[in-house]
Design a protein around this ligand. Structure first.
Ligand SMILES: NC(=O)c1ccc[n+]([C@@H]2O[C@H](COP(=O)([O-])OP(=O)(O)OC[C@H]3O[C@@H](n4cnc5c(N)ncnc54)[C@H](OP(=O)(O)O)[C@@H]3O)[C@@H](O)[C@H]2O)c1
Length: 260
């Protein structure tokens, strides 16, 4: 039987955070769900110590909408610093943080900011567990929208093992409630979906089911220094990763049931 805990979720309204809240609630934990919507700002630290009162573990599922390396680095490193400082004051025991598979050698944009995030959060003082996840099923719609020009969506050429945010949430909660799993890190635990896909292939499945631009064009940006990493499989999970369904196609069917 799992002992229930008081667990805070930062970024509780986001694509991932809302599933983390659901999983924790279903398991009977006491949940402190916060984001700027209820007055807690992880970047400035406003309201953080108060929100963490009595909390044992924090799961950080917050993010910035910016893909600019400097802006995103500022967000994530400030968030890491503030979580440690406020967590220490409030008596938090551990932080559980989500990152991205394969970012070790990325140098540009959001992925490079997440690498800085990992480095800052590991500097302590609180114990930290990092879980690296593949791109979420929920990201396909976002990337399709970003690339849409008229009736064509230009989607970055990317090999990825897409995973449902709900599946990532379940893995994060496992880490939060079972500290023994920490020793399983090799070096960071990874969670990904059951099979490799391409972002453009997934975008085509998405538009066929939900609607949107009639054509998907896989595009390769020569100015992106991480282009090779996107294209050569660097973002795919390692041999120690946990692979868990649903597949993207199964998720689409369940999320957007066909109208009868
Ligand atoms: N999306 C993916 O494919 C993917 C893949 C692997 C890993 N990840 C990681 O998963 C995490 C969550 O990503 P996501 O896609 O779920 O993000 P998201 O949907 O953009 O959600 C971001 C959350 O952070 C909150 N937030 C933003 N600024 C904040 C601030 N200053 N203070 C407090 N809360 C703030 C937002 O709520 P408010 O606006 O109300 O503040 C929202 O709840 C990130 O660390 C990301 O790197 C994502």
């Amino acid at each position: 039987m799992t002992t229930t805990k008081k667990i805070a979720v930062a970024g509780a309204t986001g694509r991932l955070g809302k599933h983390v809240v659901d999983v924790l609630t279903e398991q009977g934990h006491e949940v402190v769900a916060f984001s700027r919507k209820n007055g807690v700002d992880i970047e400035t630290g406003a309201g953080l110590v108060e929100a963490l009162d009595g909390v044992q573990v924090v799961i950080d599922a917050s993010s910035t909408p910016s893909a600019d390396k400097d802006i995103a680095t500022e967000f994530f490193t400030a968030a890491a610093r503030n979580l440690h400082e406020a967590g220490l004051k409030a008596g938090v025991e551990r932080l559980v943080v989500v990152s991205i598979i394969g970012i070790d050698n990325t140098t540009a944009g959001y992925n490079a900011a997440k690498l800085a995030h990992e480095q800052r959060v590991l500097e302590g003082p609180l114990p930290v567990q990092i879980l690296r996840a593949a791109q979420f099923h929920e990201l396909v719609e976002v990337m399709t929208q970003w690339g849409t020009q008229g009736d064509v969506a230009y989607v970055a050429k990317m090999r990825t093992q897409l995973v449902a945010a709900r599946t990532v949430a379940e893995a994060l909660v496992d880490l939060a409630v079972n500290p023994a799993l920490e020793s399983a890190a090799a070096p960071f635990p990874e969670i990904a979906g059951p099979q490799p896909e391409t972002m453009a292939g997934a975008a085509a499945l998405f538009t066929a089911r939900v609607g949107g631009p009639s054509q998907i064009v896989e595009s390769s940006d020569p100015d992106n220094t991480d282009r090779e990493a996107f294209e050569d499989g660097t973002l795919l999970p390692g041999p120690h990763a946990t692979l868990a369904g649903p597949t993207y196609a199964e998720w689409l069917e369940a999320t957007y049931p066909a109208a009868n």
